[in-house]
Design a protein around this ligand. Sequence first.
Ligand SMILES: C[S@@+](CC[C@H](N)C(=O)[O-])C[C@H]1O[C@@H](n2cnc3c(N)ncnc32)[C@H](O)[C@@H]1O
Length: 305
Amino acid sequence: MSFIEYRELIQDGDTAIVFLGHDSMFPVTVKHGSQTQTKYGVIRHSTDLIGKKFGSKVTCSKGGWVYILYPTPELWTMNLPHRTQILYSTDISIITMMLELKPGSVVCESGTGSGSLSHAIIRTVAPTGHLYTVEFHQQRAEKALEEFQQHKVDHLVTVKNQDVCKSGFGVSHVADAVFLDIPSPWEAIGHAKAALKTGGGRICSFSPCIEQVQRTCRSLEEHGFTDINTLEILLRVHDVRTISMQIPDLGKPSGDRASPASEGNEGSKQMSASQHPCETFKTGVPPRETVGHTGYLTFATKNLF
Ligand SMILES: C[S@@+](CC[C@H](N)C(=O)[O-])C[C@H]1O[C@@H](n2cnc3c(N)ncnc32)[C@H](O)[C@@H]1O
């Protein structure tokens, strides 16, 4: 199993996602002889997982069933062990697009955090690109490297344990894009510029507070970046529900329509409305509450000159 290519059969040592429902999933490391408890009973790795196809429906010991899914960066983002705040797929998708990431791109990132964005970047730049990710918290840097190794993408990423504001990314003029998710991004803009290719590139900084955005924009301008703009992406998920509604009587087709004089009084209209049969159909229901703010995404371009 690797996060950058697909394999059909589950093997010993793989990461897999146990899917109990859209709001209930968790990752497991498949291990010969191991067991995993779920509310539907036990999953025995040797007999229930190893050798089965990813996507299989597996019956647990109490008779309930789960799906075993191949891990994608999107599923990993939904299920990874949180060591920090993380970026979610809505922001990740716009970052990937606005930084113009593609197979072969070289990207510098800081901080690594829980590796949510890192996995998505690696999948996008594979098989020929590279991610340089900088994290000053030693255990987080070590854990991220461990996960990249387990997910068989470590050849596509270099993890550096250092302060990006003091020591930069450890590379010069190699990056097509730089991404910052640190509390003081304005202190790393000079290092970001040095990491970007001499021919230019794109930068993005994620900050929850507008005061951080203001300082970052000032620093970007001072360092000669252009095309500076800040976005906030809010996700609105519409629930699909089955509802019952009376179909209103819009009258007979024109030609057969009765004259207003023959329609009768208000009471008889109400009577006929209440006799209309209910129709059952699917509809999209918008959320009752507005989704919360995650952060502002500030993008800019380093030009050739
Ligand atoms: C919010 S987390 C990043 C989450 C990450 N984008 C993800 O999707 O999982 C911020 C990380 O930046 C690290 N950090 C903060 N300042 C830093 C600095 N100056 N140099 C390197 N890492 C830094 C923190 O230790 C933390 O792990």
